[in-house]
Design a protein around this ligand. Structure first.
Ligand code: NDP
Length: 254
């Protein structure tokens, strides 16, 4: 049976990659999914179409995160979409997935402006999205924050990015305590290298090298991560909160 019938979900950054797979997966379990994006309208509509083709329900919401007014814009679209479809703006499941990755600047090169932008999108936005979402989340709600295996393994070229994800993990830890009285669980899922459809995944030698990092000797697929997120959103995962869930395919085993 569908585990998320009558539930609603927001997956930030679900036009592509892990977010898209998560949106599709949640919808497959019966949830009505808000597919959030910022630039890629066509890709967001494609996610919605994928869901509808399988008989699921979804709608797209645009909002650029990391800029003033971001949360306001996001919730304007979210609440309108929910009200149109279920007559109220209840949000059962929030997945903070949208993120920007550093593009190879070294520790020495990274500017304060770059640093602020990574922080604003990856760490500040999730904080205030949760703050705002609390008005819509019922008791028993679910929050899943997407981090990265990079918080557990040193990679100086991704230092600023890893710092933003360290912040995301703090959001999980402290909010898990704060929201437990309401039966709301808050967990972190940390992917390793995951095929998000980006250009690098079309280069066989690059994929082969990345595959070696996983204990299973392959790169992750978006579904590998989406399945984990979806489980955490179900009733079956009600006893898990504040957890760091390693979804790196054993990359952290060393
Ligand atoms: P992608 O780069 O494939 O997609 C990013 C998504 O986030 C898109 O939907 C994009 O929207 C949205 N987004 C990006 N910036 C903003 C912004 N400023 N405002 C609003 N939306 C934004 O992501 P992945 O699937 O690779 O990654 C998803 C999450 O997983 C991220 O948090 C990432 O850090 C994390 N992760 C990914 C790994 C990987 O190997 N892929 C490894 C470890 C962690 P649009 O399409 O409109 O641009």
């Amino acid at each position: 049976v569908d585990r998320l019938t009558d539930k609603t979900a927001l997956v930030t950054g679900s036009s592509r990659g892990i977010g898209r797979a998560t949106a599709v997966n949640l919808a497959r379990e019966g949830a009505l999914v808000a597919v959030h994006y910022t630039a890629n309208e066509e890709a967001a509509q494609e996610t919605v179409a994928l869901i509808e083709k399988e008989g699921g329900a979804a709608f797209a919401v645009r909002a650029e995160l990391g800029v003033p007014g971001d949360v306001h814009e996001l919730f304007l679209g979210l609440e309108q979409g929910l009200k149109e479809r279920i007559g109220e703006s209840r949000l059962d499941i929030l997945v903070n997935n949208a993120g920007v990755t550093t593009t190879g600047q070294s520790f020495e090169e990274l500017t304060p402006e770059d640093f602020d932008r990574y922080m604003a999108v990856n760490a500040r936005a999730p904080y205030f999205i949760v703050q705002r979402a609390l008005q819509l989340l019922p008791d028993g709600g679910r929050i899943v924050n997407i981090s990265s295996g990079l918080t557990r393994t040193a990679n100086p070229d991704q230092l600023a990015y890893a710092m933003t994800k360290g912040a995301v993990e703090q959001l999980t830890l402290h909010l898990a305590r704060h929201l437990a009285p309401r039966g709301i669980t808050v967990n972190t899922v940390a992917p390793g290298i995951t095929n998000n459809g980006g250009a690098v995944f079309d280069i066989p030698e690059a994929v082969e090298a990345m595959a070696q990092l996983s204990a299973f000797k392959r790169v992750g697929e978006a579904d590998d991560v989406a399945d984990v997120v979806t489980f955490l959103a179900t009733h079956e995962a009600r006893w898990i909160t504040g957890a760091f869930v390693d979804a790196t395919g054993g990359t952290l085993l060393g």
